[in-house]
Write a protein that binds this ligand. Structure first.
Ligand SMILES: Nc1nc2c(c(=O)[nH]1)N[C@H]1C(S)=C(S)[C@@H](COP(=O)(O)O)O[C@H]1N2
Ligand SMILES: [Mo]
Length: 426
């Protein structure tokens, strides 16, 4: 443990005492406003329309939609980022979500050749290559293998990639929104490979998509057998078309590009199919001109989702909830610290909700805001012992020509009026 982290632990106890004292004062501000309202707020004293008239009956929406007052909670893209929407990306509205599960309708999308629309009756999954017998499964066949339910995050390796040279995009949706986390239902890839019988020299699998991009990715056999899943459901319902309906591959904790959507073929081989992949992509260019490749694991990372540029503080000083997400491709997140002063002092945040390996974790930091400007940051730690680095620590190793694997600490500047901006501290 670094000297800094030891000091943090010592400071923790003191800061908790300060919070409890401040909490009483902050609570008083909130209570005063709530008491005043009890004396005559028309929203509570008068009968409202929705209290007076009947609403729609059942079946008004056979497939339900969010409240009309939540219409702003949508995926968004950055038009200048890519030339064409069929090879593009949009972003999960992290600032408006809570808990650890991403609703299906707002899971970010990344396509290299647009969304394939596939009739499941016409879809097949082939297993070929270095196997005892080639197999072709229908969707019905796949559903006869033992199924598992697992919660995983999927993060594109390019997430936060626009921030390498400095603070650029004003919102965690854009800086960190290439991530989603759902519960997948599917068949472990291991069972399908066992059915085909992998030959002893079968060391790699090539996963191929049925989309116009025919996206292909090589995955080491060890990973394929460890925890890869051929998923057909997300959050209980069929995969959405944009997420790979009728089946996609899950490669837990590893970069998003390997999670082949519209999966149609698994070929077993004795070496990676590097020449068939876009090898120039998904490598990290280092300052000395060499490249860093096969960096599959998504390192420990976190971000404060609220307050953030798209979710300013509108309630003024007093009781304030900081909410954020943390995740690691190495397993569970064990701790998240929050700083209010740009990384000088750190206090331990409260992890809440399920803590699952290779899934998003939710953290909260409840404090009393005195209305002064803040530089808020979060720093996650995982069960493998990794600590999220600062952006400058990352740049010292990787330079500024990288695109991928930016897991540096994010800073938000909260101004006195509650407006929040993306900044960097040196
Ligand atoms: N067949 C296919 N699979 C694909 C892609 C693709 O374009 N085609 N994009 C990949 C990339 S780069 C990422 S980050 C993830 C995104 O998954 P999502 O669209 O469900 O968010 O899918 C991966 N799987
Ligand atoms: Mo990606």
């Amino acid at each position: 443990m670094s000297k800094q982290s030891r000091e943090n632990l010592d400071k923790k106890a003191a800061s908790r005492r300060r919070f409890l004292q401040a909490g009483i004062a902050g609570g008083a501000t909130l209570a005063a406003a709530a008491t005043a309202r009890a004396a005559g707020d028309p929203a509570i004293t008068e009968v409202q329309d929705w209290n007076r008239y009947l609403g729609d009956g059942v079946d008004a929406a056979p497939y339900g939609q969010p409240s009309e007052f939540e219409a702003h909670v949508v995926r968004r893209d950055v038009p200048w980022l890519t030339a064409d929407p069929v090879s593009s990306i949009n972003f999960t509205p992290l600032h408006d979500l809570d808990g650890i599960i991403t609703p299906n309708g707002v899971c970010f999308e990344r396509h290299h050749g647009g969304t394939a629309i596939i009739d499941p009756a016409e879809h097949r999954l082939m297993i070929n290559g270095l196997v005892d017998k080639q197999l072709v499964f229908t969707m019905d066949d796949l559903k006869r293998f033992p199924r598992e339910n697992r919660v995983y995050f999927l993060e594109c390796a390019a997430n936060s990639g626009m921030e390498w040279r400095g603070a650029q995009l004003n919102g965690c949706q854009f800086t960190h929104g290439m991530v989603h986390c759902v519960v997948y239902t599917g068949v472990p890839l291991k069972y399908l490979l066992e059915e085909a019988g992998v030959k002893t020299n079968g060391k790699w699998v090539l996963a191929e998509g049925a989309d116009a991009a025919a996206m292909t990715r090589s995955i080491p056999m060890e990973k394929a057998l460890e925890d890869c899943l051929v998923a057909f459901k997300m959050n209980g319902e069929a995969l959405r078309p944009e997420q790979g309906y009728p089946i996609r591959l899950c490669v837990p904790g590893w970069e998003g590009n390997m999670w082949v959507k519209w999966l149609r073929r698994i070929e077993v081989g004795d070496e990676p199919w590097a020449q068939r992949e876009e090898t120039s992509k998904y490598t990290d260019l280092l300052p000395d001109g060499t490249a860093r490749r096969h960096t599959w694991v998504m390192d420990v990372k976190s971000v404060i989702t609220s307050p953030s540029p798209q979710a300013p503080i509108t309630h003024g000083r007093g009781r304030t909830v900081i909410s954020g997400l943390a995740w690691s491709g190495n397993g569970k997140v064990t701790r998240v610290d929050v700083s209010l002063d740009g990384g000088r002092n750190w206090q331990t945040a409260r992890l809440d909700g399920p803590s699952l390996s290779k899934a998003l974790h939710r953290f909260y930091f409840d404090f009393d805001w005195d209305g002064s400007p803040l530089l808020i940051q979060s720093r996650a730690m995982d069960e493998a012992g990794f600590i999220q680095p600062t952006k400058n620590e990352l740049r010292a190793v990787r330079g500024t020509n990288s695109i991928y694997h930016n897991n540096g600490i994010q800073t938000w500047h909260v101004k006195g009026d509650g407006v929040v901006e993306n900044v960097e501290v040196s």
